[in-house]
Design a protein around this ligand. Structure first.
Ligand code: AMP
Length: 223
């Protein structure tokens, strides 16, 4: 099973991607994770990618496209893959589709998690991290996972521990830049999503409800 998953930053794409990965048992390939691993290992690729990532820009296509096409040739991908974070623009979408056609690999379907720009931004800025466990969900803007109150300050709704924010979550300009790329229907990520619409089945999921409801909807639509 070969799947692409799209969704703006703040739409819960990572969480839903894990649900899809579990259902089909295919590797979850995330471009952002590959870049971050290369940066922390100090590889040549990581050194090249770092400056672009730090500026909130896309890493150039001549680095990213071959990196992903090579990754899809690795042994664990023979039974399929879930690609997350790629393609991120129209040029990447065209390159991927052509490469798959050449190798006679079928793209089974595309998942698109839809969420408007304002809500996505609010969700990112409202995210709070628990000092105990990053998987304890807390968000000051989402009623279902609102932090608890302790001595007048907010605390983790799961364990009561102190909460903090991630620096890049509070950088409104950087969020706007990333969303600018995502919602761009001419050459950006939305252009990539639209490119696939007359080629493969695109499953459009409403990202507005809570995490559980979105997962249920997604699993029901996946059959
Ligand atoms: P993410 O974790 O998906 O938000 O990705 C973090 C950063 O990695 C992005 O802001 C980009 O700078 C870079 N990146 C991730 N995926 C791609 C891609 N498909 N093309 C170019 N740059 C990417």
């Amino acid at each position: 099973m070969n799947i692409l998953i799209f969704g703006p930053n703040g739409s819960g794409k990572g969480t839903q991607g894990a649900v899809v990965q579990k259902k089909f048992g295919v590797p979850h390939i995330e471009t952002g994770v590959i870049f971050r691993e290369n940066i922390s290992k100090g590889t040549e690729l990581g050194i090249k990618a770092k400056e672009f990532i730090n500026r909130g820009e896309l890493v150039p296509d001549d680095i990213t496209i071959p990196m992903i096409l090579n990754r899809l040739k690795e042994a664990d991908c023979t039974k399929g893959w879930l690609l997350d974070g790629f393609p991120r623009n129209l040029a990447q979408a065209e390159a991927l589709y052509k490469a798959l056609e050449k190798e006679k690999i079928t793209l089974n379907f595309v998942i698109e998690i839809e969420l408007d720009r304002d809500t996505a931004k609010k969700r990112i800025m409202g995210r709070r991290l628990c000092k105990n466990d990053n998987n304890h969900p807390n968000n000051i803007y989402i009623d279902a996972i609102k932090p608890a109150e302790k001595y007048g300050a907010t605390s983790c709704r799961v364990c009561g521990e102190t909460l903090s924010t991630r620096a890049d979550d509070q950088d409104g300009a950087a969020i706007d830049k990333r969303h600018g790329i995502y919602y761009d229907t001419k050459t950006g990520t939305m252009a990539a999503v639209n490119y696939f619409k007359n080629k493969v089945k695109v499953i459009e999921i409403n990202g507005q409800p809570g995490v559980k409801e979105v997962s249920q909807d997604l699993l029901a639509r996946l059959g």
